[in-house]
Design a protein. Structure first.
Length: 58
């Protein structure tokens, strides 16, 4: 399992914002994903680490 973080830029009514997808690059075929969408305080490293733990469960 090779987990990577992919930054995704979205255009919103208030301007562009950034989210992060945590994906398994080694997976063959479609698999569920985890998308972190920031709140007004933004995302924290702890959010990414938790998403990676959940993604590692398959």
């Amino acid at each position: 399992m090779v987990l990577t973080r992919q930054t995704i830029i979205h255009d919103g009514p208030g301007g562009p914002f950034e989210s992060v997808a945590v994906v398994d690059d080694a997976a063959a075929g479609p698999v569920p994903g985890i998308l972190l969408v920031p709140n007004v305080l933004g995302t924290k490293e702890a959010d990414f680490l938790y998403a990676e733990k959940v993604a590692a469960l398959g």
